[in-house]
Write a protein that binds this ligand. Structure first.
Ligand code: GUN
Ligand code: ZN
Length: 466
């Protein structure tokens, strides 16, 4: 276990102090590349001190309580684990209304369920309703940052960011580029116009509070070469401002065959995106299941991130993400977890860990709780190049926190009697993966979700201002 957590410069405005006390786990390094027992910090009775949404201090309670004599507002958790909020690296909020649709292959499922649902988001009232429901689902599961697909229409982006602003969450989305091979009701009018709309949304939302804009070509088959080129130029124009590029890559055999047919002169699927300036250090490639070695090399060289989406890959019967292959120490790639709702079948990152473990076992390689919860928190932040602001509990980090209940049911409480270490307990928790295992979620220090606050489990940021 590593003793010194990473720390960033702390810069706060001197507001009131808030404390969160209990067992604390946070990750300090990548356990796929380092001895895993040196990659996390565990404090049995710890205290996190928060000021103005930023973590001031994390240490053993007894050792720091006297340093903060005015700190009397402390939430004290027992039988639970306080962790960084989860990072969902790939999810479609707009698919919440069609999650769990009986499907077949990816391409059939897209045509039958996804495209008709996404065509409804021109209607801002509908978009608002879905955004509200989506935020409740992810916050309830302890997810505090998500890298999200909206859809074609600006209304779908506005609805999402407006709701995110209400909670003050650090969220990422953008308008989806798609100008061919899908119904007219969802298609961009032209490549030029789609980029104009995206750039004005980017100017409106990027770095407004905690919001981050992303350039999102859905996937290579649904954009013309002209649109891919203009999207790549847009991304490159704003890369240094921290804009992200988000797309799908190598998810299924049928999809790859289609890409080969549409781009016959390009060697592999990753190179299609590279050709148009879409592969760079802030690019996040969802799925990346069926990768050639040279494609891993490209992602490694460019410092891209991948989203491991096991529940979606299993549901749609696609390839599997090979996490140990991605993490080859010769050319490691940044990896985080993704729910990929509505291909994924739930909003919970710990439940993705449950599936990821089994997918890894199919390749005869296990994945410990250290590896798993690293992917769910710090790994996700690294995949998005946000590891200096979120994904860890350390001074200077944004105070986004999940509190996992070690006794979410009578049976789990009993089962925990037969565990020894904290990692044993976390592994049981992810494997049994109950829906109510997250007790509380803090966003920038505000407890925006509290399972025990029965009359009002969700609260917006402005409701905490007295
Ligand atoms: N590839 C292109 N669009 C989609 C989508 O909406 N879901 C998934 N899982 N894969 C895609
Ligand atoms: Zn997806």
């Amino acid at each position: 276990m590593k003793k010194n957590p990473i720390a960033m410069p702390v810069n706060t405005a001197g507001g009131p102090l808030k404390g969160i006390r209990g067992q604390i786990v946070t990750f300090t390094d990548d356990p796929f590349l380092n001895p895993s027992d040196q990659c996390y910090l565990y404090i049995e009775d710890g205290l996190i001190v928060v000021q103005d949404g930023i973590i001031l201090d994390v240490a053993d309670y007894a050792s720091i309580k006297d340093k903060y004599p005015t700190l009397d507002n402390i939430d004290h958790y027992t039988n639970s684990v306080i962790m960084p909020g989860f990072v969902d690296c790939h999810v479609h909020y707009v698919q919440s209304p069609m999650i769990g649709s009986f499907g077949d292959t990816l391409l059939q499922w897209l045509n039958e369920y996804t495209f008709p649902t996404e065509a409804k988001y021109k209607d801002k009232v509908f978009a608002d309703e879905v955004a509200k429901m989506f935020f409740k689902q992810i916050l309830q599961q302890g997810t505090t940052t998500a890298n999200v697909f909206s859809t074609t229409f600006a209304t779908s982006v506005d609805a999402f960011f407006e709701e995110s602003e209400r909670y003050n969450t650090r969220m990422i989305t953008g308008k989806v580029f798609q100008d061919r091979n899908l119904p007219d009701s969802l298609k961009d009018e032209s490549a030029e116009e789609s980029v104009e709309i995206a750039e004005s949304l980017l100017k409106k939302w990027h770095n407004r509070g905690r919001q981050i804009y992303s350039v999102i070509p859905r996937f290579a088959p649904t954009s013309t070469e002209r649109q891919l080129m203009l999207a790549g130029e847009l991304y490159q124009r704003h890369l240094d401002e921290g804009v992200i590029m988000h797309t799908h890559l190598n998810e299924s055999v049928g999809e790859i065959a289609w890409v080969t047919q549409l781009f016959p002169n390009i060697d592999n699927y990753t190179d299609v995106y590279k050709e148009y300036g879409l592969i760079d250090r802030k690019s996040l490639l969802a799925h990346s299941c069926l990768m050639k070695e040279e494609e891993w090399q490209t992602l490694h060289m460019a410092q891209c991130g991948c989203a491991h989406c096991p529940s979606s890959n299993l549901f749609l019967g696609d390839g599997e993400f090979k996490v140990w292959e991605a993490k080859d120490p010769q050319r490691p790639v940044r990896v985080g977890m993704g729910t990929d709702v509505g291909g994924g079948t739930n909003f919970s990152i710990p439940r993705q860990l449950n599936e990821a473990y089994k997918v890894s076992m199919l390749k005869r390689k296990n994945m410990s709780a250290i590896h798993s919860y690293y992917l769910a928190t710090r790994g996700g932040a690294e995949a998005l190049h946000l590891e200096h602001s979120i994904g860890s509990l350390a001074p200077g980090y944004e105070a986004d926190i999940a509190v996992l209940d070690l006794n979410p049911s009578e049976f789990v409480e009993w089962r925990m009697k037969f565990t020894e270490s904290i990692m044993d307990k976390l592994f049981v928790l992810q494997t049994l993966a109950l829906d109510n295992m997250n007790m509380a979620t803090y966003v920038a220090g505000n407890k925006v979700y509290d399972r025990e606050r029965k009359d009002k489990p969700f609260m917006y940021a402005n409701e905490f201002i007295k």
